[in-house]
Design a protein around this ligand. Structure first.
Ligand SMILES: *[C@@H]1O[C@H](CO)[C@@H](O)[C@H](O)[C@H]1NC(C)=O
Ligand SMILES: *[C@@H]1O[C@H](CO)[C@@H](O)[C@H](O)[C@H]1NC(C)=O
Length: 288
């Protein structure tokens, strides 16, 4: 009699385990299914306050993302599960179950687990960590870098716009920030050209500022770009050259630089033998 009951219990246990496995399989299948049908619009941010009952580790050891909340994850040790939460503004990077890593959300796919913890805002920081756009939507090129709820204001290089989606400064046509398109920003429209000219990404001077010019990408999308200090855009060659060599711009730097300073820029004194490695001349500007 006793053995029968024991057997029955074992059987019941096995059945429960099986159903759980099936449920888990079902869940992962669902996840895969939804992965193949990406939603068009961005899902609304949802805040997760309820404690969810997840009581099973997918593997005995490792760190595993929550199925719905991007900044929540599970720490599994010998099958024992502990709920964990990333610092506000960071999300769990699920690249490997061996690593416990919370990162800024850029480049981490949270579309399937779009919920987030309740924000802990402070001045200029909608969340404790991250890159955030200026509160004034007309301000296109300053943003805040927040760490532990403390902000640093940063300004993008000339001609670029802060993109909240990527957390970096980019060309207005790439950043696609509302009210900060090329037209609003530059008041410059690319002249109509034929296909062969368009393919050369033609350049046009900024009529207000000798140092700057516009590149019309594919003849259509204007990007504002600049020459280095002391130089100006030469409409004839379509290149930057020393301002003093370009008749319309020869006095452009008059109020800013002395002739000696311009001489030094044009003919830099020979450098002593460089002891540091390769020069760091990489521009912070994305290339066209
Ligand atoms: C844009 O340029 C046009 C023509 O040069 C000028 O009439 C207009 O006032 C400018 N608008 C702004 C907002 O600067
Ligand atoms: C395109 O325009 C340029 C300049 O206006 C002209 O020299 C060229 O012949 C044109 N090419 C074609 C294919 O129409």
């Amino acid at each position: 009699m006793k053995t029968e009951i024991l057997l029955l219990l074992i059987c019941l246990g096995a059945v429960t385990a099986l159903t759980r496995k099936q449920e888990a399989a079902e869940q992962s299948r669902r996840r895969v299914a939804s992965a193949t049908t990406p939603k068009k619009q961005e899902p609304e941010e949802e805040y997760e306050d309820d404690e969810e009952l997840v009581d099973q580790c997918p593997e005995p050891n490792g760190y595993f993302p929550d199925a719905e909340q991007c900044d929540k994850y599970y720490d599994c040790r010998d099958g024992k599960i502990t709920d964990k939460l990333c610092p506000d503004g960071l999300v769990f990077n699920d690249f490997s179950p061996q690593h416990e890593k919370c990162d800024l959300p850029f480049g981490i796919d949270c579309t399937k687990r779009s919920k987030l913890q309740k924000p802990q805002p402070s001045p200029h920081c909608p969340r404790m960590h991250g890159y955030f756009a200026h509160e004034d939507p007309r301000n296109c090129n300053t943003f805040y870098y927040c760490v532990e709820g403390k902000f640093n204001m940063i300004t993008c290089p000339e001609g670029l716009v802060f993109s909240e989606k990527t957390g970096i400064c980019n060309w207005p046509d790439e950043a696609q920030k509302k009210g900060c398109g090329s037209r609003e920003l530059f008041n410059f429209t690319c002249p109509k050209v034929n296909e062969s000219v368009a393919a050369t990404h033609p350049r046009y001077p900024d009529t207000e500022d000798c140092q700057y010019f516009y590149v019309c990408v594919n003849g259509e999308i204007p990007r504002r770009s600049g020459c280095k200090l002391g130089q100006a855009f030469d409409e004839r060659s379509g290149k930057c050259d020393w301002a003093r060599k370009i008749p319309e711009c020869k006095d452009w730097y008059k109020d800013q630089l002395t002739d000696e300073e311009l001489d030094a820029l044009e003919n830099p004194p020979p450098k002593l033998k460089s002891t540091s490695g390769p020069s760091r001349r990489k521009s912070s500007r994305p290339t066209v």
